[in-house]
Design a protein around this ligand. Structure first.
Ligand SMILES: NC(=O)c1ccc[n+]([C@@H]2O[C@H](COP(=O)([O-])OP(=O)(O)OC[C@H]3O[C@@H](n4cnc5c(N)ncnc54)[C@H](O)[C@@H]3O)[C@@H](O)[C@H]2O)c1
Ligand SMILES: [Zn+2]
Length: 376
């Protein structure tokens, strides 16, 4: 193992696995995966962008380790998480005649990770899978925790399974080819871990966020490691979101989902961008309710803006400025799958690093906050 890589153990009874974080892991993937494979046979699932960039190198690495690697490429983008696309993926996997000892390898962002994880959960009633996340968002969030899923016309991620990988390899070098905007969006989820319960990590983000986004390798490794540690700790304590603990990971997400729903879950607003704006709103609402110092809300907003995330509603939506409406946003919040029986659930804060779940937010305060955010 090079000096530059770190390993984190995710502790789940009977299904513990490692997350390895470091530079150059794609080229070592064959050797790192080989000991975990039930048979020397994998099928790599990737999207067309990532396959073109890294597919050949990953295949060579498996070949060197004596592992037969077939591949299936899916179109890049969220549409790959639709039912028809998923059916096609399953059939293309079956075209390769896998058996129960075949391992699926997800090489890509959260889309590839989510569909490959679900495919692994149901292919031949379950085969092993390994994640090689290639976006910052996937490295710090979606590849950790075992949630897999696809979208339906009723909403996002409504069909899925909790299914843990055997190994996660987060190669920090691949972030060099990730579009800047995607990198920043993933960074919002990094800052989130500090805001939930680690004020010192948020302070680190304020100091180092710009440098890690600009490409600093050591800072990237540190940020990914801290994020995976934070998520792994929460997931190990509450794998299936049965208590409020795992729900804290949804800081900024009730607001964020409403913004995404209103912008059509498309390129106008990436998920991480929505989470960034949503976290700023969660802090503002908490300050307005007298729960959190206004100075903390100001710090959050300043830091997210400083790294280039859109925190003001008027900066969202590209050229076509949106006519945001508070009642519409609140309707989306009620429809969120995290809302229980139509009740609005928020992660609020008593300050930076002091998040908690609240189910009794005053709707007038919420409307007031949204009206002001729309006018700002
Ligand atoms: N399972 C979970 O716990 C969980 C958590 C958060 C998000 N998600 C899901 O993750 C998805 C979003 O994931 P995402 O943000 O990674 O988006 P994504 O997978 O769509 O990837 C974003 C874009 O970047 C490209 N790309 C990926 N890696 C690249 C690289 N190294 N270089 C150049 N281009 C690269 C992709 O081809 C794609 O065009 C959503 O579907 C969301 O629902 C799941
Ligand atoms: Zn998220």
């Amino acid at each position: 193992m090079t000096a530059e890589s770190r390993t984190i153990r995710v502790d789940l009874a009977g299904r513990a696995y490692d997350i390895v974080i470091g530079a150059g892991l794609i080229d070592r993937a064959g050797a790192l995966c080989r000991p975990l494979l039930a048979a020397p046979r994998v099928i790599v699932v990737s999207d067309d962008n990532v396959a073109a960039l890294y597919g050949a190198r990953l295949a060579a690495s498996f070949q060197q380790a004596g592992v037969r690697a077939d591949s299936v490429t899916v179109p890049a983008g969220e549409a790959t998480k639709d039912f028809p696309a998923f059916a096609q993926l399953m059939n293309r996997l079956l075209d390769h005649r896998p058996d129960r000892k075949t391992t699926l390898v997800a090489l890509g962002g959260g889309v590839v990770g989510d569909v490959t994880g679900l495919a692994a959960a149901v292919l031949l009633r379950g085969v092993d899978f390994i994640q090689i996340p290639t976006t910052l968002l996937a490295q710090v969030d979606s590849s950790v925790g075992g949630k897999t899923g696809i979208n339906t016309r009723h909403g996002k991620n409504l069909v899925g399974a909790f299914y843990q990988p055997r190994l996660v390899l987060a190669d920090t070098d691949v972030l060099d080819t990730l579009p800047r905007r995607e990198l920043r969006a993933g960074y919002a989820e990094v800052a989130k871990y500090g805001l939930i319960d680690q004020p010192a990590f948020f302070a680190w983000c304020e100091e180092n966020g710009a440098a890690l986004l600009a490409g600093d390798r050591a800072r990237r490794i540190h940020a990914i490691e801290q994020s995976c540690l934070a998520k792994a700790r929460i997931v190990a304590a509450d794998e299936r979101e049965t208590t409020d603990l795992r729900a804290l990971l949804n800081l900024g997400h009730t607001f964020g989902h409403a913004l995404e729903a209103e912008t059509g879950f498309g390129d106008d607003l990436l998920h991480g961008e929505a989470v960034g704006a949503g976290m700023a709103m969660a802090f503002d609402l908490s300050a307005r309710l007298g729960l959190c110092p206004a100075a903390d809300a100001g710090r959050v907003r300043r830091h997210l803006a400083a790294v280039g995330l859109p925190v003001r509603l008027r900066s969202i939506g590209g050229d076509n400025r949106r006519q945001w409406q508070a009642p519409r946003l609140i309707d989306h919040m009620r429809g969120d799958k995290k809302a229980e029986a139509g009740k609005l659930t928020f992660v609020l804060v008593r300050g930076i690093g002091r998040a908690f779940v609240s189910r009794d937010v005053d709707e007038r305060a919420l409307t007031g906050l949204l009206d002001d955010a729309i006018a700002a």
